[in-house]
Design a protein around this ligand. Structure first.
Ligand SMILES: C[S@@+](CC[C@H](N)C(=O)[O-])C[C@H]1O[C@@H](n2cnc3c(N)ncnc32)[C@H](O)[C@@H]1O
Length: 276
């Protein structure tokens, strides 16, 4: 007898349980159905007993093979969502994380308070921060990245979502004309010493997007310094757990006058704000 969609979902959850905990496996199976096969839960209720065509069955087997090797679902699918928008992602871009919305929200709040009209997203990756800022404000938005391949994806995402962002290929704020306005960034901040204990999925993401020298603080520290020298209105940066205090000290020593750190829902340091 041929496999039904209801059976396929159960088989899929069972296959995912080989390397995910049961709750994650169940949630991921539902995502694969919704995002990969374009079949949501209510579709399953009315069509669960239909036979799965060969094409869908082969596709799901291929996805399971890749996922078993540790490849993240977003790379297999080729896109993910952030703030309700669909962003293309490839192995050249970090996969956007939900907590980065905290950076976006802080940037909107700080930029509004300082009445900025320009913002630069440094290390834009797939472009999420720059593109959402362009969609949600009337500010002139620019973005930079050291990875030309990531910038190609960011440009494509900006075009698909109809947002106006000026992209610059280079280190930190290089190529961005003055005045830079507000600086927003989710820089690489993972300590290379933590590499052995990281989730295996991270091995699929670009090293340039993850790791920074000096216990993960090197890129953030250099950006805080350069942004201050360039007269930026402020800096809003995503940071790693436990990095807040040290980065506040470094912000003050490179000339910023006020700093604050916000925690994420898990209580970890997540957003640093440095203001003039
Ligand atoms: C953590 S990822 C963030 C990507 C995206 N903003 C997001 O939140 O999903 C860091 C990004 O910074 C870029 N990057 C690393 N070092 C850089 C540098 N010195 N100057 C500019 N971009 C850099 C990486 O290529 C990567 O795209």
């Amino acid at each position: 007898m041929s496999q039904t969609y209801a059976q396929l979902r159960l088989d899929l959850a069972a296959a995912l349980t080989e390397f995910l905990d049961p709750q994650e496996a169940h949630a991921e199976a539902i995502r694969w159905f919704e995002e990969g096969l374009d079949r949501n839960r209510s579709w399953l209720v009315s069509h669960g007993e239909e036979a799965v065509p060969d094409e869908d069955r082969k596709q799901v087997s291929g996805w399971i093979r890749r996922r078993r090797e540790g490849e993240p679902w977003a790379y297999i699918l080729g896109w993910t969502t952030f703030r309700g928008h669909r962003f293309e992602v490839t192995a050249d871009t970090l996969i956007p994380r939900p907590e980065t919305e905290l950076v976006l929200e802080a940037a909107l709040e700080v930029g509004g308070r300082l009445q900025v009209n320009r913002v630069c997203d440094v290390g834009t990756g797939s472009g999420i921060l720059a593109i959402c800022l362009a969609l949600e404000t009337s500010w002139a938005v620019s973005a930079t990245d050291l990875s030309g391949k990531a910038l190609d994806i960011a440009r494509r995402n900006a075009a698909n979502l109809g947002s106006a962002v000026t992209f610059h290929h280079g280190h930190l704020l290089d190529g961005v004309p003055d005045p830079v306005g507000l600086v927003v960034s989710n820089p690489p901040y993972v300590d290379p010493a933590d590499r052995p204990s990281l989730q295996r999925e991270l091995a699929f993401e670009p090293e340039l997007a993850l790791f920074a020298d000096d216990r993960g603080l090197a890129v953030a520290t250099e950006l805080l310094t350069v942004a201050r020298q360039r007269g930026a209105a402020g800096c809003v940066l995503e940071i790693g757990a436990g990095q807040g205090e040290e980065l506040q000290i470094r912000s003050l020593s490179c000339g910023w006058k006020r700093t604050a750190v916000h925690q994420d829902l898990a209580g970890h340091d997540r957003v640093l704000m440095a203001l003039g």
